[in-house]
Write a protein that binds this ligand. Structure first.
Ligand SMILES: [Zn+2]
Length: 292
């Protein structure tokens, strides 16, 4: 399965069916469920949804571009080095916290790479698209810490402020993207650290566009979906197949699907319960009203 998103976002029909919180409570009472979360889950943590209705246009780097050209990696890491400074400050919001220990919840499958579900205390969490706080060597597959790489990046490139575009001394949340990327103009001189074990190319441990999610991760996600009686989509418009396939899989097995998202999604026609709203307020209200 490959993620492709170089095309314009698909035109989505308006949400035609609306349900109330009480419908969601009724669906989940005395049933096991799995949460499938997307960028909308983390917007209240200050990480904007770059596919959401108000997101600025962006062109994510493709896997082949990153692997194939050193210049692209230099550009990527220059942006990442700056974005990390803001990204590292994001903390779980009330929605993440409400999911922890929610009655009937078997686990979380997330398309987010921010690690905020784990930080809030959810378990198990399947990170479909990897984790931005990890780095992997493409040669020896050794995993290492993104925070440690930041220290190496900064010591190799001490004049980091020189990479900031004019007038951007402060990186605000609007410049931050879910993959920890940030806008930067002058990146040609960046010194990119190599793997400390073998000297190979380091890549953030996130699934790039044009790259497949790891097989064992996808398997773990299907196992959670199969074990649950209900699938609840939280804060995703399901524009990429990597998330949508789990909803289609559930629907094929006559498993009810609830979708909580601001704006239309690609799976609205498959939803048993469809709430057009934010994840934080919906989850807080859900947990408050669900019998323990
Ligand atoms: Zn290596």
């Amino acid at each position: 399965m490959t993620i492709r998103h170089r095309v314009p976002r698909p035109e989505l029909a308006p949400v035609s069916v609306r349900h109330e919180l009480s419908d969601l409570v009724a669906l989940l009472t005395d049933r096991s469920w799995v949460a499938l979360t997307g960028a909308g889950m983390s917007t209240d943590s200050g990480i904007p949804d770059y596919r959401g209705p108000s997101a600025p246009p962006s062109t994510p780097m493709m896997y082949d571009e990153f692997v194939g050209h050193e210049e692209n990696r230099r550009r990527y890491w220059a942006r990442s080095m700056l974005g990390w400074q803001s990204f590292g400050r994001a903390v779980p919001n009330a929605g993440h916290r409400a999911l922890v220990g929610a009655p009937g919840l078997l686990g979380v499958v997330t398309q987010n790479v921010d690690g905020l579900h784990e930080e809030a205390g959810s378990s198990p969490v399947v990170d479909l698209h990897g984790r931005i706080d990890r780095v992997v060597c493409l040669q020896c597959r050794t995993y290492s810490s993104r925070a440690d790489l930041q220290i190496r990046l900064q010591s190799l490139n001490p004049d980091v402020d020189g990479y900031l575009p004019a007038g951007a001394a402060e990186l605000d949340a609007a410049r931050l993207r879910p993959d920890g990327d940030a806008v930067v103009e002058h990146w040609h001189d960046l010194v990119v650290p190599a793997c400390e074990v073998c000297g190979g190319i380091l890549k953030p441990d996130v699934v790039f566009f044009g790259e497949s999610a790891r097989r064992e991760v996808v398997t773990a996600a299907y196992e959670l979906v199969d074990a649950a009686e209900v699938v609840v989509v939280l804060g995703s418009s399901l524009t990429v197949m990597s998330g949508l396939r789990f909803v289609r899989h559930a629907a094929r097995h006559d498993k009810p699907v609830a979708i909580i998202n601001r704006g239309p999604t690609r799976a609205d026609a498959l939803a048993t319960v469809r709430i057009d709203g934010g994840t934080t307020e919906t989850l807080e209200a859900l947990v408050a009203r669900t019998p323990a």
